[in-house]
Write a protein that binds this ligand. Structure first.
Ligand SMILES: [Zn+2]
Length: 318
C-alpha cells in the first residue's frame, strides 16, 4: 500500500493559535475522479468492492483519524497538552506534545542528544518522511512481549511516536537487565529505539539483518508464549550477540536495540553488528544541526489540516 506523504499527515495550522482539537466531523470530504483537479494529491482509499454512500464516508473519516492523532478521542479526552516543544532537525520540523509529567532541563538535554544521535542514522531521512510528532502519553500500557510497562510505541500511519512514562525516566536504559547502556537514559534510548522502527521500513535493513545474524522463524509447535502474552516467533543462532534481553525477542527489536547501542554505547555492541550498522546506516553521516525550542504555555497550539479533504477510490487488485 502506498505510504501517505508526511505533508498530508502533518497539520498545517500550527501557528494560527488553534487551541481546540479539530474534529473529524468538521472536515468536508469530496470524492474526486481521475482528471479532476487535485486528483494526484487526493487521499487514497483502498477498497475491494465499492461500498455505498454512508459506508465510504465512514471509511474516509476513519482513515483521517488513523493519520491524524489529534482527531482521535484517545488524545482529545486528555484535554490540552501541557507542553509543546518545536524541534528542528536539519531542514525537518517535528513537534513534541507532552500529556504527562512536566519535562525537566535534563529531559531537554536528553531529547537533543537523541535527535542528534538519530540524525546520523541513514542521514536522518525518517524526520523528513516518517516522523512528524513525538507524543508523551500519561498512560502506562504493558508490553506484549515482557508483560512489563512499555517505554514507547513506534509511529503508525500518523507519523507520531508515543513515549510512555517509563520511557521518560532518566535512569540508565534497561538497567534492570543489563549494564550495556550505562550513562544513557531511558528517555534518550527509548526515542532512538522508536525512531529505528520506521527507519527499518525505509531502508530494508531487517531482511539483510535476518540473514546476516542468523535469525530464523520458529515452527508453529516451537513458538513460545512470552510473559506479556504475545508469541515469540523468531530465534537467533547466537543470543550472546544481542545487546539486551529485549533484543532477543525478534529481529526488528534486535535492530532497534542495536541502533540505540551503536549511537550511544558502541563498545557494548557485538563488533559485527556495529560494523554492519556503521556501513549501512552511519556512512559519512555527520549529525544534523538540532534546535529544541519549548513554547510558552500561552502560545501552545494544536495541529490542524485543511478542512477540505479530497479523496479518491483505488480498487485493490484481486
Ligand atoms: Zn521496539
Amino acid at each position: 500500500m502506498a505510504q501517505e506523504s508526511i505533508e498530508n499527515i502533518k497539520g498545517a495550522g500550527q501557528e494560527q493559535g488553534d487551541v481546540k482539537y479539530q474534529s473529524v466531523e468538521s472536515i468536508n470530504i469530496k470524492k474526486v475522479f481521475r482528471g479532476d483537479p487535485g486528483y494526484n494529491n487526493a487521499m487514497a482509499i483502498y477498497i475491494d468492492n465499492e461500498p455505498e454512500g454512508k459506508d465510504i464516508e465512514k471509511m474516509v473519516r476513519d482513515q483521517l483519524k488513523n493519520q491524524h492523532w489529534w482527531m482521535n478521542e484517545y488524545w482529545q479526552e486528555k484535554g490540552f497538552s501541557k507542553e509543546q516543544v518545536d524541534i528542528r532537525v536539519g531542514e525537518s520540523e517535528i513537534i513534541l506534545y507532552n500529556f504527562g509529567e512536566t519535562l525537566s532541563t535534563a529531559h531537554f538535554e536528553e531529547l537533543k542528544k537523541a535527535m542528534e544521535d538519530f540524525s546520523r542514522v541513514d542521514g536522518g531521512r525518517i524526520f523528513n518522511k516518517k516522523v512528524a510528532y513525538i507524543l508523551i502519553d500519561n498512560e502506562r500500557p504493558l508490553n506484549s512481549y515482557t508483560g512489563e510497562e512499555s517505554r514507547g510505541h513506534s509511529p503508525g500511519r500518523d507519523g507520531a511516536i508515543k513515549i510512555y512514562p517509563r520511557g521518560t525516566e532518566l535512569g540508565d536504559y534497561r538497567e534492570e537487565e543489563t549494564t550495556n547502556f550505562e550513562g544513557t537514559s531511558n528517555f534518550r534510548a527509548t526515542l532512538i529505539h522508536e525512531f529505528a522502527h520506521p527507519m527499518q521500513d525505509m531502508t530494508g535493513i531487517t531482511k539483510k539483518w535476518i540473514e546476516k545474524f542468523g535469525w530464523s522463524i520458529l515452527s508453529f509447535q516451537k513458538r513460545k508464549k512470552l510473559p506479556g502474552g504475545a508469541f515469540k516467533d523468531y530465534e537467533i543462532l547466537d543470543p550472546k550477540t544481542c545487546v539486551s534481553e529485549y533484543a532477543k525477542c525478534d529481529p526488528w527489536e534486535d535492530v532497534c536495540e542495536s541502533v540505540a547501542a551503536a549511537a550511544t554505547n558502541p563498545d557494548s555492541l557485538d563488533p559485527k553488528k556495529l560494523l554492519f550498522i556503521k556501513n549501512m546506516l552511519l556512512k559519512n553521516n555527520e549529525p544534523l544541526p538540532i534546535l529544541v525550542t519549548p513554547k510558552d504555555a500561552e502560545k501552545i497550539t494544536l495541529p490542524k489540516i485543511n478542512p477540505e479533504v479530497r479523496y479518491k477510490i483505488i480498487k485493490n487488485k484481486s
